[in-house]
Design a protein around this ligand. Structure first.
Ligand code: NAD
Ligand code: TYD
Length: 340
């Protein structure tokens, strides 16, 4: 990109991927970052406590659906990197409305505001492989031109936001870039997601609840690789384009859970097969040829190295997740997984 980016509004920067992205930007670039985050159950300002003393970083607590607030932040922004979302499939099955409000309405408010942002050069919309639907064994990995066939309320809301982004590019020429990534893991992931949940349960020798028969497949990517992809999309992505990111690392849920048990030296009989998730997508896999060729991006972390680093982080940051388990999340956790 020819024009210089100085100020970026990051949405959802107190969540898992957003906080890793902000750490990376402040470490490796000289951008001013304004982080707009509502601090829902999944947002944790503690994830960015080292950044608070950095003069390039500003935190604003607020919702992306608040047009006045968004207008005031976007008026001097060169770019938006949009992570904010309701992100958990199981929660979307229990209650759909927050997903539509944040993921659809919130994205529309950001896009509409971006139209009136005089300096705006890029709007990076962070999306997911789940918008493509589910693959059967042997089917080719998802490509950017594939049809969208979302199956959960979460993925339907993300697909809707992707389509709004496309419409704003086609109708108004807004310089939107969409990224779609596979399942992330790594530091700061909220412990409702598979890998941190299984780690925490295994550590205290509680049952590990595997949905169905555990043969569902995900394409795992270490969060740092996703963040380098988003940065590459911001700096090199062409307006109107979509870029897939993935770890080229397809594993069944059982393989993932067994790896965690092995690394913690815990017995496999902690694995407990529980009722399957309704509409459970069987397999995701990403074809990342386009990002490799056009963004000169590729994942650098293999699963062995990434999962070891992740487990090490959760072991070293016990207070981080213990505070989450003892807060409001305790009720949700106990309802789903029993007494702590
Ligand atoms: P997360 O749930 O950990 O974080 C979401 C953040 O958004 C939180 O800090 C939350 O407070 C904030 N937020 C939620 N609603 C908001 C609102 N209305 N206004 C302002 N802030 C709000 O999510 P994550 O796992 O970090 O995912 C980030 C993005 O990446 C999401 O858009 C998600 O769809 C996408 N994504 C995630 C994965 C994954 O494996 N986690 C994979 C591909 C894409
Ligand atoms: P999750 O981390 O919720 O990500 P997503 O549904 O967005 O892929 O789940 C990853 C996989 O792990 C998915 O196939 C569902 C499965 N899973 C379990 O088997 N048990 C659990 O307790 C959770 C949370 C997930």
């Amino acid at each position: 990109m020819k024009e210089r980016i100085e100020t970026i509004v990051v949405t959802g920067g107190c969540g898992f991927i957003g906080s890793n992205f902000i750490h990376m930007c402040l470490r490796e670039r000289d951008y001013e970052i304004i982080n707009l985050d509502a601090l829902t159950y999944a947002g944790n300002p503690e994830n960015l406590k080292e950044c608070e003393s950095d003069s390039r970083y500003t935190f604003v607590k607020g919702r992306i659906e608040n047009a006045d607030l968004v207008n005031s932040l976007l008026k001097d922004a060169d770019a938006v990197v949009h992570f904010a979302a309701e992100s958990h499939v199981d929660r979307s099955i229990e209650e759909q409305q927050p997903f539509v409000v944040t993921n659809v309405l919130g994205t529309q408010v950001l896009l509409s505001s971006a139209l009136h942002s005089p300096r705006l050069k890029r709007f990076v919309h962070v999306s997911t492989d789940e918008v493509y639907g589910s693959l059967r064994p042997g089917e080719p990995a998802f490509k950017e031109g594939d049809h969208l066939r979302p199956n959960s309320p979460y993925s339907a809301s993300k697909a809707s936001s992707d389509l709004l982004c496309r419409a704003f590019f086609k109708t108004y020429g807004l310089p939107v870039v969409i990224t779609r990534c596979s399942n992330n893991y790594g530091p700061y992931q909220f412990p409702e997601k598979l890998i941190p949940l299984m780690f925490i349960n295994a550590l205290s020798e509680r049952p590990l609840p595997v949905y169905g028969d555990g043969t569902n497949v995900r394409d795992w990517i270490y969060v740092e690789d996703h963040c380098t992809g988003v940065l590459a999309a911001l700096e090199k992505g062409a307006p109107g384009e979509i870029y897939n990111f993935g770890g080229e690392c397809e594993l069944s849920n059982l393989e993932v859970v067994k790896t965690i048990l092995e690394l913690l030296d815990k017995p496999e009989d902690l694995i407990t097969f529980v009722k399957d998730r309704p509409g459970h997508d069987f397999r995701y896999a990403m074809d990342i040829t386009k990002a490799k060729n056009e963004l000169q991006w590729q994942p650098e972390w293999d699963f062995k190295k990434g999962i070891a680093a992740t487990i090490e982080w959760y072991q070293a940051n016990r207070e981080w997740w213990e505070r989450i388990l003892s807060g409001d999340y305790r009720n949700y956790y106990q309802r789903r997984y029993g007494t702590l």
